[in-house]
Write a protein that binds this ligand. Sequence first.
Ligand SMILES: [Mn+2]
Length: 408
Amino acid sequence: MLIGIFSDCHCGYKYGDERWKDSFIALNEAIDKTSDCDLIIIPGDLFDIRVPKPEVFAKVAKILSKAQATPSRTKFLEIINKEKVEMSPLALRGTPIVAIHGTHEKRSKQLINPIQALEHAGLLIHLHCATAVFEIEGKKVAIHGMSGVPDRYAKDVFDQWNPKPIPDALNILMIHQSITPYIYSPLEPPSMKIEDLPKDFDLYILGHMHWHETRMFKDGQLLVAGSTIPTSIHRIESEQEKCIHKYDGKNIESIPLKDQRKIFWREFEFNPNIKENIETFITTISPFKPKPIINIKVKGLIKTDQLAPSFSNIEEKFIDKAIININKNLEVEGFKEQIEMLQLLKEQRLPPEEHGLKILQENLKQANCGIKIGEIFEFLVDGDVNLIFDVLTGKQTTLKSGLDKWPS
Ligand SMILES: [Mn+2]
């Protein structure tokens, strides 16, 4: 038997940008590379946002439907802890896909998230604290999945679910959380620890982290599945090839995706010749097709009376050669933390509910803007992170809405 696993495809990432096709190219390659598998598992963040555009949804649906055209010998046996009527029998055509939703797809309980929408369309089986059992070559295979929940509740939700391996089956457990020591973002202190996971599962799969890793764990194996496209400027994204994984019930084989952009990463200390240094570095990189991504981090301290340098002309100058991201990690006394926090919020577009009032409170304390936290919270819940970001960074001085009192 062969089980295909890939995660964090973030379909729709950078939609409208030069890189808009990358997420779909990667998903398409992942589906093609798993066409010899009996079952496909997706541990979360198939989409980049909770409410993807119909254009994005349609592309994903079309690519996933290829798995249904692939003949398979997999038999569906039962679903545990989920009403069978919630499942579409259409999802059992061809190679079944079993998925959980991730942090980027989470919506409140009464709303349908995009993974559930795909389930309604008969394209996959969605799990949340539930188990789908199949038979492949006469062997039972049980997939136990818990979808992404706010990290502070993860342990309670998991403990309440209390998944148990099914006797005589190959048992696979998947979650999409930060779980110590696997922490994706400092914004999400985990409530779960890896050693708290119950024993006697054959394979433990973690979605959410964008790097990949395989190791022995509790008499079974642990797979940190990693993403299929790079979404951050962190160094780790340039050091590993993006992969899909195949599990034969004993071993995991990680297979690199070939249609991906090359990534380069370099850190510079801020200095008077910083622009020349960066340009020289970019010049040493030979041309690639498709255009590579060059991520540059500039570190250092800027005094309050100094002007922060602008690197936009470098990005412009090499526009035919590469997609250049320059991250100015420059400290301008006292202003750094709240910007970083908002930058993270902005980049990740996580549901703001998850970060909650506590983080807001901290941000607003540092920004010293005096506005009521509840008001800011409402804007963030509406998804208007950009507006709040602009206001707190001084780009915009008033809130567009009816809030008339804004401290200058
Ligand atoms: Mn992700």
